[in-house]
Design a protein around this ligand. Structure first.
Ligand code: 5AD
Ligand code: SF4
Length: 470
């Protein structure tokens, strides 16, 4: 089956099918004596999908390797959000081609959001026919079957469905960390912001049932996990597609009762943020004061063209409410510069919001036209040079405020979940505060996996340094 963006856009009121994953025993030994390597691009959703794919492969007795050169199966789990994500993947495919020439038996596959795009599949059929498998975001549970097909037929097997999507429960998972875990609460997105490809690549909004989410979290608590991040493209809209009267605020309150130590959630759309959610964050010690609240633009004109459904003023109102009602809250954002026909005045409005909000940090991007989205067809009179200048100017301002926000931590004592040895210094461990600040700590390795009290002794734009205090 090939992808089709027109079909991927359709939204019906049809009930979402909830299926149960199970591995057909006939595929159980497909991976015996074979190694797999997966490279993941893009967002946390993709990282978590990779954790599922890895576990499926290991049920089939594949073993993981971190060396691409020794793998029998290479998978690229791809991202479609911007052009440079595409370019990186095609660059990597070029490298893998050389490997495949010396070792023709290896299976090479592409999955994730790029697999859902017609232009990518066209390109693969024209220039990369030597690939073995392509499967989409709706086909993860079928990996064993797809691999089997490829092994028996020895020709490019493409399994991509452009559908609204279903929910498959009980897919196994090989988690990257023993201390913190991603938990999907919903799939897809129905917002259709005009620049965004996600509603096409990931299908309609489908909330998992509360009981399935809570049982997953309870299990994580049993296994000793300290932290979870509830994942969705637009988590505040959680539950709106369910038959029951149940919201994100209800879910936060119920997940908090599992007594997992730290709860985060991403990503929030400003439009769906409710007062009940603010109450849930305030009233539950383990729902942590960190909110990622994408702004995208500070100009009402641009926000309208983006289809964001809020204004500069209503964003600021929500932002100020969050700051004033949640003590010590840390708020980060996403901003796009160079949306078609963005004027100096529009850009200044964005800078104005940044100056007013003083975000803890931000991800900033130059608009990248995505084929099939409405914004990709809009006329654009802004040169790339100006877009680059705007990005630099914006980044400078963002960094100034990140630094200021971090300075507030100097000499303070904060809770940090220590995760692993720091990449920068083998004598240090790294972890995050409950406001999602990266901290490097001079501490013995037996502290890994613990939440410890750390006194911050020095501050950088991107991270904090500190030492453990009793
Ligand atoms: N161009 C640039 N940035 C984009 N994003 C989403 N689509 C595009 C695009 N076409 C950004 C948004 C979003 C983040 C995940 O990626 O800021 O919040
Ligand atoms: Fe894309 Fe908007 Fe949905 Fe976020 S809310 S995934 S930006 S369409």
């Amino acid at each position: 089956m090939l992808p089709n963006l027109q079909e991927a856009k359709i939204r019906t009121k049809n009930k979402v099918d909830i299926k149960n994953y199970h591995l057909d025993p006939k595929y159980k030994n497909l991976g015996l004596n074979k190694k797999y390597y997966i490279k993941t691009y893009g967002c946390q959703m993709n990282e978590h999908d990779t954790e599922n794919i890895k576990a499926i492969l290991e049920q089939m007795h594949f073993t993981e390797t971190t060396l691409m050169e020794e793998a029998d199966l290479i998978l690229l789990n791809t991202c479609a959000i911007r052009e440079n994500a595409h370019n990186k993947v095609f660059g990597m495919i070029g490298r893998i081609k050389h490997l495949k020439e010396t070792k023709p038996h290896i299976i090479v596959g592409l999955c994730g959001c790029m697999a859902q795009e017609e232009i990518v599949i066209d390109e693969i059929m024209k220039r990369y026919k030597w690939l073995d498998i392509v499967f989409g975001t709706h086909n993860i549970a079928n990996v064993p079957e797809i691999l089997n097909k490829s092994l028996t037929k020895k020709q490019l097997a493409i399994e991509v469905m452009s559908i609204e999507g279903d929910i498959v429960e009980n897919i196994p998972v090989k988690r990257e960390s023993k201390y913190k875990a991603w938990v999907n609460i919903m799939y897809g997105c129905d917002k259709f912001c005009t620049y965004c490809i996600v509603p096409y690549t990931r299908g309609k909004q489908r909330s998992r049932l509360p009981k399935d989410i809570i049982n997953e979290v309870k299990q994580l608590v049993k296994e000793g996990y300290q932290e979870i991040t509830l994942l969705g493209q637009n988590v505040n809209a959680y539950g709106k597609d369910l038959d029951i009267d149940y919201t994100m605020a209800n879910l936060l309150n119920d997940v908090a009762k599992t007594n997992i130590k730290r709860i985060f959630f991403v990503t929030s759309h400003p439009w769906d943020f409710t007062l009940d959610m603010i109450e849930a964050i305030k009233n539950n010690d383990n729902v942590k004061p960190y909110i990622h609240l994408p702004l995208q633009s500070g100009s009402n004109e641009i926000l309208k063209k983006m289809g964001r459904r809020y204004t500069k003023e209503s964003y600021l109102e929500l932002y100020n409410l969050l700051r004033s009602s949640i003590p010590n809250v840390s708020i980060t954002t996403d901003i796009i510069v160079g949306f078609p026909n963005e004027s100096d005045q529009d850009f200044n409005d964005t800078l104005d919001v940044v100056n007013k909000c003083k975000f803890d940090s931000a991800f900033t991007f130059i608009f990248s036209p995505r084929e099939g989205t409405p914004a990709s067809k809009m006329k654009d009179n802004v040169s790339l040079e100006i877009k680059n200048q705007r990005l630099q100017q914006l980044n400078k301002l963002i960094n100034k405020y990140s630094n200021e926000a971090n300075m507030k931590y100097l000499n303070k004592t904060v809770d940090v979940l220590l995760e692993k040895v720091s990449e920068k210094n083998p004598n240090m461990l790294m972890g995050y505060t409950d406001t999602m600040k990266l901290v490097n700590v001079l501490a013995p390795k037996d502290n890994i996996g613990k939440i410890v009290k750390v006194k911050i002794e020095s501050v950088k734009t991107w991270s904090l340094d500190g030492k453990i205090v009793k």
